[in-house]
Design a protein around this ligand. Structure first.
Ligand code: FE2
Ligand code: FE2
Length: 222
């Protein structure tokens, strides 16, 4: 799936021999890659944009540094890039997936990692693409990693990802109410998700800081 190499990215973005900051380079290369996702699968592209925004506000609440936040933003945008290589008919199938179809969908984690490792400048985002479906309790995929063996970025993107599925709904799952989402997050705190990351999300949600999402009223929890 190689579409860029170090020479042509330098030729495009380093016209006067002046080095651009890493974040600008990454952002430009990511934009190029994401245009392919936008063309192939608009739903996944829009999902990735929301996940990136949610990850960013969670990262801010956790006190990440500006450079870490910029990397988290791009990791959120690129986390599902492996879906470019998955048949759209399977991704949008409105019924329960067959076993082999589920395996194909799950493989987007490894495909995403492989793809990002092949694009100069985006290698650092490959690990989140691979690990964003790991779970805090070790029951996730593809590696069954648990708690802090999963990077903080992947733990944040995992929660942002699930939050978007719950708030938007999917062909295979209905949109949930804020009350149900808050209760689901609390129930999965320390199981599916890192407890600290759940706490950070609930905090920014209560404060009304999540883009496009109404503030969580404290009365809907518990
Ligand atoms: Fe995913
Ligand atoms: Fe996702």
């Amino acid at each position: 799936m190689q579409i860029l190499n170090a020479n042509n990215t330098n030729a495009i973005w380093n016209l006067n021999g002046t080095e651009l900051p890493d974040s600008v380079m990454d952002s430009a290369v990511a934009g190029f890659v994401l245009r392919n996702l936008h063309q192939k699968d608009l739903e996944t592209y829009e999902h990735s944009e929301r996940v990136s925004k949610y990850a960013l506000v969670i990262g801010r609440a956790l006190g990440l540094l500006p450079e870490e936040l910029e990397r988290l933003r791009l990791a959120g945008l690129l986390h599902d890039i492996g879906k470019i290589a998955v048949n759209l008919a399977i991704l949008s199938k409105p019924k329960k997936l067959e076993h082999h179809e589920m395996a194909t969908v799950r493989n987007h984690t490894e495909l995403g990692q492989e793809f990002l490792l092949s694009v100069p400048g985006l290698e650092r985002y490959a690990q989140v693409a691979r690990s964003h479906h790991e779970r805090w309790d070790g029951k996730g995929y593809p590696d069954g990693l648990r708690d802090q063996d999963i990077s903080l970025s992947a733990r944040i993107v995992a929660l942002a990802d699930a939050f978007d599925v719950m708030t938007q709904g999917r062909v295979y799952s209905q949109r949930k109410t804020p009350c149900d989402i808050a209760n689901a997050l609390i129930a999965e705190r320390g199981r599916h998700f890192d407890p600290c990351v759940v706490d950070a999300l609930l905090e920014v949600w209560r404060e009304g800081l999540i883009p496009g999402i109404e503030a969580l009223r404290s009365s809907v929890e518990g």
